[in-house]
Design a protein. Sequence first.
Length: 548
Amino acid sequence: MLPAGCRQLQAGSLRSPEFCGRIVAVLLALGAAVPMRAAAEQPLQPATVVVFNSNDRESSDLAKFYAEKRGIARDHLVPLACSTEEEISRDDYDRTIAGPLRERFKERKWWTVREVADAPPTVTANSIRFVALMKGMPLKIRGADDYPGDKRTGSPIGSRNDASVDSELALLARFSPEISGANTNPYFQSYRPISEIPDAVFMLVCRLDAPSGATVRRMITDAIEAEKNGLWGRAYVDGAHNTSGGLQIGDKWLAEISDQLRKVGVPVVYDDAPEIFADGYPLGDCALYYGWYTNAVAGPFAHPAFRFRPGAVAVHIQSFSASTLRDPGANWAGPLVTKGAAATVGNVYEPFLQLTHNLQILNDRLLHGFTFAESAYMAAPVLSWMSVAIGDPLYRPYGSWLQIETKPAAPGATSEWKMYHDFAVQHSGKPPAEYRTLARQVASRAKNGAMLEDLGLLEARDGNWPLATTYFQEARAVYTKRDDILRAVLHEAYCWAKQGKPKRALDAVRSVLRIISDPATVALFRKVEQDLNQSAAAPPKPRRSDER
C-alpha cells in the first residue's frame, strides 16, 4: 500500500504504456542539452492576459489592480461569468471557462486557428504566453464519469480526470475530449524563455489567489518591489531523510537546492532530520523556503508573529497543499501566502510525488532570472493534472542579477546579502579550500554575519566542528537581530556537543535564555538544555514529530 499523501509513482506499475512513451519522448528530446542561459529581458505584458470572474466583484477589482500595476492593456482583461465555488464540475469548466475563453482567443485573434471539416480545430499559433487567473476563479475540477469521447485506462493516472483549472487551461489550445490522465509538458526542463519558443501553443497559467483580497494585493506589490533590487534574505531547506519506497527523490531535490544556493552566495540553513523545524525555531529573514512533509502548516510558520521577507518564494511538498486557498490555516499554500510569501506551488488533488513540481528545477530557473511562471512550468513534468502555481506569473525575483550595471546596495542587511552573492559568483571557480580561506578573510573583515554563519554551516556539514564553532561564535558577535543570535547559538551548541563538550554547549544555550520571551522559543531552548543535560550526544535542535 502506498503511503498516504504524495505517494510514490512506482516504476512500471502506475503508468500506462502510452503515458510512458510520451514522457520518454519528451525527455529524450530535452536530452539534447540546451546550454544554461539566463532569461533575456523582454516585454511580457503584450503576451499576458488576466482572467477574472465577473460574478465576483473582488475578482474584477483585483484584475484591474494587477493590470494597472503591471502595465497590462485593458483589452487583455477577460471577464468570465462562472461559479464562485473553488471546486466545479467538468461540465461547468467546459461551459463557463474553457468554451468562452476559446471564443475570446479567436475573437481577439490571439490564436491562429485552422478549421477542418469533421475534425477538431487546430491552433497553429498563439500570441499569449502568460495567463493570470485572479482570486474568485474556480480552482479545481472534480472527476467526471462517462465524459463523451474520453478514454480511460486502468492505471492510477490514466483512470483519473480530476485536475486543477490552471493546469487544464495551460492546454486550452488542445481541442480533445480525452481528458483522463496527464499530458507531458513540452516545457519541462527547458532553459529557454517562453518567448523563444515560437511554435508554443501551450500557456503558462498562474493564479493570484489567497484567503483574502488584501493578501493578493500585497503579493502583487511585493513582487514588483522585490524585482527592483532582487530578492535578498536567507533560505531554509527542510528535508525529511526519507529513504522509503522511492520517496527519497524529495530529499534529493532539497539537497540539490541547498548546493545551488550556496554556489550563488545565498545563505542557507539546510536540515535533513526526519522532523520539521521545531516550534520557536528562529527563521529570521526567510526569503526562500523549501520543505516537506506534513499535512498542515506547522512549526515556526504557524506562529502568529512569523512573516516571510517581502517577495519570498515558499513551497512545502504535500499532496493537497493547495486543495483550498480560502482558509489561512488549511494545508500549506494558503498559510504560506498569508504569512507573507509572494509565490508558491502546490497541488489540488493527489498528484503522485514524481508528477509534482521538481523543486530543484524551480529554484534553479528562478536563480537564473526566469519569471515565476516560466520557472514553475519548467519544473512541472505534466499538464492537465493537479498542480497550481500561485503568484504573479511575471515575477522575476532574481532578474536584477542579470543586469550588468546595478545600483550599489544600501548600507545594512541588504548589502550583506549582496556582498556574499557577489563574492560567490566572482570566486566560484576557485578550489574549495582556497575559496573558503578567502571567504573567511572577506567575511571577517566586513563583519558579515550571514556569510560567517553560512561558512560555519559548510564546515559543520563536513564535520569540521572546531572551525565551525569559531565561525558561529564570530557570527553571533556581529549579529544584532534576536533570531540571528539565537540561531547562531543553536549551531554553536550543536558543534560543542559533537566535540564531546556538553558543558560548553550548555553555557552557550543558557547565555541567551535571558533574552528570550516568546513561549515557543523558550520551550525550544529549555528542551535543548534538558537534552544536553541528559546526553552529551543529544542534538540541540529538537523537532516535533508529525504524522507523515
